[in-house]
Design a protein around this ligand. Structure first.
Ligand code: B12
Ligand code: SF4
Length: 468
């Protein structure tokens, strides 16, 4: 079968706005790789309302697969609505976190033929096999469809029992002209259960790892193809310190000369400071870490399970290496701490520690998270205008202030935190650029956002909305 795998052209704000152009969603590349491994012809491309019909006309797929998150769901839904009447014989399927949790609404609203609930590498090829045998309604747990008013195969989220089943993503999967950017993965899932994060519900609390030698084999192939800079898309690479030590030792021994970025937590960094030095030696150039809040009660409520000492110590450990560090902060917690006093205290906390670059978001209740269920049960979700679920809008009713007021602290937080850095901002940025962790182009986008907001006094919303 021929499969066109589409990554919707995102036009949303938030962190996405820092990237120029669009980002190919990694999940859809894995799905395409799995289809290809099963003997099908798959191509990954961007798609929007303006060009999807031409892309289908050109590639002539039997099935179009799309991947989306909550904020890009409306665009994905509209693409499906456009495809359906124009190409009635082409089957459609959506996957990703949003579709997994909201499959009923997604199928009813968009008219998509199937939703993939969970990981697609195993179940999607099974669907393709069934379709090629002429069976449009196979019993594949996780491949949900609606028939005679009933949803089928929706009882469970499909999860791979073994990450060895992950295929290698290769450049030939991408439509001509698209830039391939190889990613590494050592694990999927996370042992923690933060209230604002959908990872544990998506992976049903499961944390699975790949063997070090398998990831090293991926690195070897990618290096052989001329790539030397990678992004680990594990949710917490350092969840297993022994794994990371082994990986770093092998990278050093083999002299790959690569650089890489990853996500981590302060507690795991504190547990083994020497490992961080080893990571730096093995080419790690950037670690992104979620602190979210400096208020102990809020950290506790979010189940973040970290404390101030660990944060302080992690900063010190990182500053002793040449690894740049990005930190995530959340404005709002969805409970009684949503007051100007607590939010100001949190901003003050972020001003008082020597963080690297800080990325701020407004608490967004994504489907599948504890906070979504809580706010929905309390009838405090203001709307389901999903495009606004882009981490810059407050989509729920805070208890101690208005949504607009809470939103306004996003801009204030950025301003105060970066102003409080004083001249320290120069080495922070220089270090981030020199280490290759942040591109000059991304820094110039950030400066442009600041210029528009604070000097030209234009709307912050406008400044961070994605235009290209
Ligand atoms: C790396 C990352 C990014 C990178 C993307 C890099 C890239 N090129 O992919 C960047 C920084 C650009 C990014 C941006 C954003 N991200 Co992000 N990101 C992640 C992260 C950490 C890893 C993504 C990943 O590669 N996962 C591994 C792949 C294999 O998993 P997957 O995407 O789920 O795909 C599997 C299944 O879902 C399924 N599947 C997916 N699509 C399809 C399609 C078909 C047809 C089928 C059959 C199956 C299928 O099969 C895939 C293989 O198993 C995730 C957390 C996570 N663990 O997923 C957050 C995450 C996806 N991001 C999130 C958010 C909120 C965003 C932003 C909206 C933030 C913002 N406002 O800027 C943007 C949106 C970007 C966009 N255009 O869609 C949320 C989404 C929550 C939600 N419900 O919306 C997540 C879950 C983090 C979180 N817990 O909050 N992100
Ligand atoms: S926020 Fe990070 S540590 Fe918390 S559950 Fe999600 S991936 Fe795990």
């Amino acid at each position: 079968m021929k499969i066109l795998c589409i990554s919707p052209k995102a036009t949303i704000g938030g962190l996405e706005a820092l990237h120029s152009g669009n980002q190919l969603i990694q999940g859809i590349i894995y799905v395409a790789a799995a289809a290809k491994r099963a003997g099908h012809e798959a191509q990954v491309d961007f798609g929007g309302l303006d060009d999807i019909a031409d892309k289908i006309d050109q590639f002539k797929p039997d099935i179009v697969g799309l991947s989306c998150v909550t904020a890009t769901y409306p665009m994905t839904r509209d693409i499906i609505r456009k495809i359906k009447p124009l190409f009635p014989d082409v089957k459609t399927i959506i996957g990703g976190h949003h579709a997994t949790f909201m499959y009923r609404e997604v199928i009813d609203e968009s008219g998509v033929d199937y939703v993939c609930r969970g990981e697609g590498e195993e179940v999607f090829p099974l669907l393709l096999e069934a379709l090629s045998q002429g069976d449009p309604h196979p019993a594949i747990p996780g491949i949900v469809f609606k028939k005679d008013g009933l949803f089928h195969n929706d009882q469970a989220i499909a999860i791979l029992d073994d990450l060895d089943k992950i295929p290698l993503c290769t450049p030939d999967l991408l439509a001509p002209g698209l830039k391939f950017s190889p990613k590494l993965v050592s694990s999927r899932g996370c042992p923690f259960k933060c209230s604002f994060c959908s990872i544990s519900a998506f992976y049903n609390g499961k944390y699975r790892q790949r063997k070090v030698e398998d990831v090293i084999a991926d690195v070897e192939r990618f290096v052989g193809w001329g790539y030397d800079n990678f992004w680990f898309h594990d949710d917490t690479l350092t969840a297993d310190l022994r794994w990371v030590r082994e990986f770093c030792n092998q990278v050093i021994e083999r002299g790959f000369g690569i650089t890489w970025n990853c996500m981590s937590r302060v507690d795991t960094i504190c547990r083994d400071p020497e490992l961080v030095a080893l990571m730096a030696k093995a080419g790690c150039r950037l670690i992104s870490i979620g602190v979210e809040s400096g208020i102990p009660e809020i950290i506790e409520r979010m189940h973040k399970k970290i404390d101030h000492d660990q944060i302080r110590q992690a900063i010190r450990i990182l500053n002793n290496t040449n690894i740049s560090h990005n930190w995530f902060m959340i404005i709002g917690s969805g409970d009684e701490f949503d007051t100007p006093e607590y939010i100001k205290m949190n901003i003050k906390f972020f001003c008082s520690f020597k963080f690297g670059l800080v990325l701020v978001s407004v608490l967004t209740p994504f489907p599948g998270t504890e906070i979504f269920e809580k706010l929905r049960a309390e009838n405090r979700i203001l709307h389901y205008d999903w495009e606004k679920y882009d981490i810059t809008h407050c989509v729920y009713q805070p208890l101690g202030m208005s949504p607009r007021e809470l939103e306004s602290y996003l801009k204030k937080a950025y301003f105060r935190i970066y102003l409080s850095m004083g001249l320290r901002i120069i080495p922070v940025i220089r270090h981030a650029i020199r280490s290759g962790a942040v591109s000059r182009e991304k820094i110039s986008r950030i400066i442009r956002i600041f210029w528009h907001t604070y000097i030209l006094r234009k709307s912050f919303d406008q400044a961070i909305s994605k235009r290209d």
